[in-house]
Design a protein around this ligand. Structure first.
Ligand SMILES: [Ca+2]
Length: 455
């Protein structure tokens, strides 16, 4: 009898949350940071600053060590997150509007789409079919024309502005005074959205401009971090005081959203995703840069080395994700689209190819792998940070980079050499050739745009 009761209890424990209506359409909050590096959160690596709120979020959910952005720059990753489709498939492979060709370049860059085409189905559009109200606060970076802007792509509310932190001015968000700080203001707008829509399923996309350049911090925080920086050990990798103060504000924003969800008693039925669109800015680009260092990863934004594409990724999903997990399975931006659409019970588009896979069984702890062997990147451009046209592929511990200018191949074993310091292309020709073949075949299969020779 006791055994039977225990068995019944186990069945109920498993099936009860699934059966409750609130769990059928969980609220979804995606907080996307801009140019935030993989090592920038305290739960990933030490810095001059701390990120207590983000660390708490990680402790309440799952933290990915091998979370990848779909690209090493902004717009392509955002397109992938919104559509579940690889940026190379969308022909949207660099930031908008893109970098002009220079006479010194060996190759000519392909002409990219200048906006996310309206025919693409965004996460917001999918969630709307399930009755979600969708709000975007911050950076869209996929076209502002009437046919491509967030309001034409499924969002009911859009508050965006230019990425200046004190004198921001946008189509629908203007600084109230010279102390109005963009990160705080977007948070305030997002908080109001949560309050307004607490009684129905919502999708909040809080896409901060932080911690992208221009580096601008609140004076009172900057004063604190300048003092700290003066006393920081020589060996500390990340100690830019302006960036530190911006990180402080970003973490505070996350803390405010977490508190608002708690106050509104929404935490238990809200999925929260935190990630970045590309790696941290690790080279000089504008005043007071480099912004950060992605060490132990190599380089940063604008490159297909790990520093450019590996990003923090945290998912909190009460009732599905057991708190405090750390996962080393490689996952990427497109997967979030599939996972979140599925969580909402939305039907995935079946008239087009998607490039993401559902993370649900991984998040539930039912599986320790994903049904996918390869991850691909395609960046046929020159970046503002010095990156050159290249492609990359990862399979298990191995990663291959192909340089499009001269066909040069680099092969790394990421488990043994996270910093990509030892090119093993000559030592492991089997892996090199296998990965290269796969990368080429994939490019042909999805009809990517390649850079062209000048001749
Ligand atoms: Ca970015």
């Amino acid at each position: 009898m006791l055994r039977w009761l225990a068995w019944l209890g186990a069945i109920l424990a498993i099936s009860w949350p699934v059966a409750s209506p609130a769990q059928e359409r969980p609220n979804i909050v995606v907080i996307l940071a801009d140019d935030l590096g993989w090592a920038d959160l305290s739960c990933y690596a030490p810095s001059l600053w701390q990120t207590p709120h983000l660390d708490r979020l990680a402790a309440q959910g799952i933290r990915f060590t091998d979370g990848y952005a779909a690209s090493c720059v902004c717009s392509p990753t955002r397109a992938a997150l919104m559509t579940g489709r690889h940026p190379a498939r969308l022909h949207l492979t660099t930031f908008l509007p893109g970098r002009k060709d220079m006479p010194t370049q060996k190759l000519l860059q392909p002409v990219i789409r200048q906006q996310l085409p309206n025919e693409e189905i965004t996460l917001a559009e999918l969630l709307k079919t399930r009755g979600y109200v969708c709000g975007l606060f911050g950076k869209w970076h996929l076209g502002e024309k009437p046919e491509a802007n967030p309001l034409a792509q499924g969002f009911d509310v859009y508050r965006g502005a230019a990425g200046r932190y004190f004198q921001f001015k946008g189509p629908n968000l203007v600084a109230r005074d010279e102390r109005d700080y963009l990160t705080d203001r977007l948070t305030e707008e997002a908080e109001r959205f949560l309050e307004t829509h607490r009684d129905r399923p919502f999708f909040l996309y809080l896409a901060h401009f932080a911690v992208h350049i221009p580096l601008q911090a609140k004076p009172e925080l900057l004063a604190i971090y300048e003092k700290k920086a003066a006393k920081a050990p020589q060996t500390l990798e990340r100690k830019n005081p302006i960036y530190a103060a911006m990180m402080h504000s970003l973490d505070e924003s996350v803390g405010r959203i977490l508190k608002k969800l708690d106050d509104l008693q929404l935490t238990e039925r809200t999925i929260l995703v935190f990630t970045s669109d590309n790696g941290g800015l690790s080279v000089e680009e504008g005043p007071n840069t480099p912004a950060t260092s992605n060490a132990p990863l190599r380089l940063g934004k604008g490159y297909l080395y790990e520093g450019g594409i590996r990003v923090p990724l945290i998912i909190r999903w009460p009732g599905v994700v057991k708190p405090g997990q750390v996962c080393s399975v490689p996952v990427r931006s497109e997967d979030l689209f599939v996972t979140l659409a599925e969580a909402a019970g939305a039907n995935l588009p079946c008239d087009r190819d998607l490039d993401g896979v559902s993370l649900r069984s991984l998040l539930r702890g039912e599986n320790k792998t994903l049904p996918r062997e390869y991850l691909y990147w395609h960046f046929p451009h020159y970046s503002n940070q010095g990156g050159r046209p290249c492609g990359a592929i990862r399979c298990a511990d191995w990663k291959l980079i192909e340089h499009y200018e001269d066909g040069r191949l680099e092969l790394y074993n990421l488990r043994k050499d996270l910093g990509e310091t030892q090119n093993l292309a000559d030592q492991y020709p089997d892996w090199r050739d296998k990965l290269h073949r796969e990368l080429v075949a994939w490019r042909q299969h999805i009809h990517v745009q390649m850079p062209q020779s000048r001749k």
